[in-house]
Design a protein around this ligand. Structure first.
Ligand SMILES: *Cc1c(COP(=O)(O)O)cnc(C)c1O
Length: 389
């Protein structure tokens, strides 16, 4: 029995050649390929700046720091995400809170956000930053979130780890038209990969500069940024803040840059697979992904909701039966605040009812460009079998 994963990378000879070329070159890290990769992503997305880093988790961290998130601050995100979307705020010493999801898109609900902001304003604990996550690559209602940011004065980081290649109202995700910073992940299950890798995009010169410093120890060798010192002393570099080694390597960047050439092809392929699933799943008791008319998803994931009242099994039983059949379905995601670490902060089950409803019946089925029709048929047949009474 061959195993079908829920996601996997697609590597071709050009990708391999690009990596090998770096291995034979003078620079393994911080060479010419990182800026070339940054430029390719920034220009694809229509953003002015892109800062390549070791992964999206570090990109989210320096994005928060660049926006001055610190002790006493509050950051809000969605519960239906990978914990890195909220951990970044905790790493800055801020507190985190969660806004319930929209029951159709599973993204942060702008209605819930508006209500929660009105309550927070009265209580005097408005958030400084909100981190919407484009789940599966389907964009959040960014115009709605941006309008609220204008009223309440918070900053926006888009966690677009799923969403490179997607579009919102005709603009590429990453354009930062409705946000301060947008973050991408290049983990192998995501849309394009650099092995490990992430990028933070912005149109703000100061934010870009701050993030560039933070990714490399906040050490500068730019005379304009250095503090004055005696002219007799040699100061060829200075540390002017507290940063990290969050750099990407040229090896990773070479893979990422090569993959950029097939980004549109990957997303088109994902749409073909999604459309075929939509058709094949019509007579199976599941809800297929709803798509907003103004958006073009990158379809990182294909999420279904089990109609459990029509199925003689529990969520967990369906999940386990599919795994036992060699179909490595997954759950994206357990609400972040239900994790023990977050429960210790005082969060309790039931905090976001829509998020928990989603958690009780959602499953991600295999979705990646190399998924064949035969494999897709096997997924559907297994799903039909386990959900039939
Ligand atoms: C994958 C992912 C991350 C983390 O990405 P890494 O590159 O693995 O650090 C963050 N947020 C979301 C929504 C993700 O899916």
């Amino acid at each position: 029995m061959t195993i079908i994963p829920y996601g996997r990378q697609d590597i071709n000879q050009a990708d391999i050649d690009a990596v090998v070329e770096v291995l034979r070159s003078d620079f393994l890290t911080q060479g010419p390929v990182i800026p070339a990769f940054e430029k390719a992503v920034a220009s694809y997305c229509g953003a002015l700046y892109a800062v390549a880093v070791s992964n999206a988790t570090s990109a989210l961290h320096i994005a928060c720091l660049a926006l001055n998130v610190g002790k006493g601050d509050v950051v809000w995100t969605t519960p239906i995400t990978f914990p890195a979307s909220s951990n970044c705020a905790l790493h800055c010493g801020a507190t985190v809170d969660f806004v319930d999801i929209d029951p159709r898109t599973y993204n942060i609900s702008v209605n819930c956000l508006a209500e929660k902001l009105a309550r927070a304003e009265k209580a005097g604990n408005l958030p400084q930053v909100i981190i919407p996550v484009h789940l599966c690559g389907q964009p959040c209602d960014m115009a709605g979130i941006h309008a609220l940011s204008q009223h309440y004065g918070f900053k926006i980081i888009e966690d677009a780890s799923h969403a490179i290649g997607g579009r919102y109202r005709g603009e590429p995700i990453g354009s930062c038209c409705y946000s301060d910073i947008t973050v991408f992940s290049f983990h192998p299950v995501k849309i394009i990969t650099s092995g490990e890798g992430g990028m933070a995009l912005t149109n703000d010169t100061q934010l870009a500069k701050h993030m560039q410093l933070l990714r490399s120890h906040s050490i500068t060798s730019d005379a304009a940024d250095m503090h004055p010192r005696a002219p007799t002393e040699l100061w060829n570099y200075q540390q002017i803040g507290l940063g990290f080694n969050y750099r990407m390597t040229d090896i990773h960047a070479a893979l990422g840059l090569s993959q950029m050439q097939r980004l549109d092809e990957f997303v088109t392929k994902r749409h073909t697979i999604a459309k075929r699933y939509d058709e094949l799943l019509t007579r199976i008791p599941v809800v297929t992904p709803w798509q907003h008319a103004n958006s073009y998803s990158s379809f990182h994931l294909y999420l279904i909701r089990l109609k459990l009242d029509e199925i003689n099994k529990t969520h967990r039983q369906v999940y386990e039966a599919l795994r036992a059949a060699g179909i490595l379905v997954n759950l994206h995601y357990i609400p972040v605040y239900r994790h023990p670490y977050y429960e210790q902060m005082g969060f309790r089950a039931g905090y976001c009812p829509q998020g928990e409803q989603y958690y009780s019946d959602a499953i991600s089925i295999p979705m990646y460009p190399g998924l064949t029709e035969e494999e897709q048929d096997r997924v559907v047949a297994a799903l039909r079998e386990v959900t039939s009474i």
